[in-house]
Design a protein. Sequence first.
Length: 69
Amino acid sequence: MVTINVAVLFAVVVIWRLRRRTEARSRFDEKLTVVIVLALGVLLAPTPVGQGILSILGQLTSGVTQASR
């Protein structure tokens, strides 16, 4: 039996949806993409990958904040 990680499936769907041209998207398509990205974020947040992304973004924002002072 083959199992697919839901987060990996969502990541593939997000990449596939973002490759489409902007002019071809309707408002519904844009809203659906946002919902899928938010669901992916919720799935990734508690994982070690999500914590690593959070750490990197925290360091990046800290560096930008200190550079602007």
